[in-house]
Design a protein around this ligand. Sequence first.
Ligand SMILES: CC(C)(COP(=O)(O)OP(=O)(O)OC[C@H]1O[C@@H](n2cnc3c(N)ncnc32)[C@H](O)[C@@H]1OP(=O)(O)O)[C@@H](O)C(=O)NCCC(=O)NCCS
Length: 173
Amino acid sequence: MTASFEVTCGTPDDAAAVLALERTILEEGGSFATAPDEFHLSEAKLRVLLASLLEQPDGRFLVAREGGRILGVLLVHQEPVRALRHVGRLELFVDPGSRRRGVGDALLAEAVRRAELDPGLCKLSLAVFADNVAALALYRRHGFREEGHRVGEYLMDDGTLRDDLLLWRSVGR
Ligand SMILES: CC(C)(COP(=O)(O)OP(=O)(O)OC[C@H]1O[C@@H](n2cnc3c(N)ncnc32)[C@H](O)[C@@H]1OP(=O)(O)O)[C@@H](O)C(=O)NCCC(=O)NCCS
């Protein structure tokens, strides 16, 4: 089946839609450490962040769009320290109503493809909850491997401790 969505670079004007999607994902729970009541990013600040990602080589801010609606977002962050600038840290989320349609797969494939061509990046990395079966399957499928397991890294509001895994893959060399 041909996908009815397309993956492209986003624009700063997508800030409101990205923010709304991010809130939805945090309210859904289970995949990010930030609780919804701790999420205070404003549209104006996100717009600045997205604009700064778009000043970098292609592919640091990707969206999957269908009929003008954003179904998924992938951001590639870099630390502002020279010694860490070769590492792209991934953030990926897909609208709950649009999952298992290949959106995450298409976003990640495009991010890796662009990162492979980006002379500034040697490594992609991310942290993921150890019980996030969906994300782990997706990242492993795209060549990511485990480089660390942090035990009890997060204390959740319900009192449970959760582990996370650090994943990475090399790009460009
Ligand atoms: C993880 C996430 C991005 C996957 O997005 P998606 O668009 O549903 O994924 P896709 O449809 O492209 O699936 C690609 C592959 O990932 C794996 N996968 C996706 N969802 C899965 C699930 N629920 N269970 C097991 N494997 C899953 C499968 O290998 C799948 O291939 P298949 O459909 O051929 O079996 C999405 O579930 C999400 O946004 N979750 C919340 C945020 C999150 O966890 N982000 C990552 C944190 S680091």
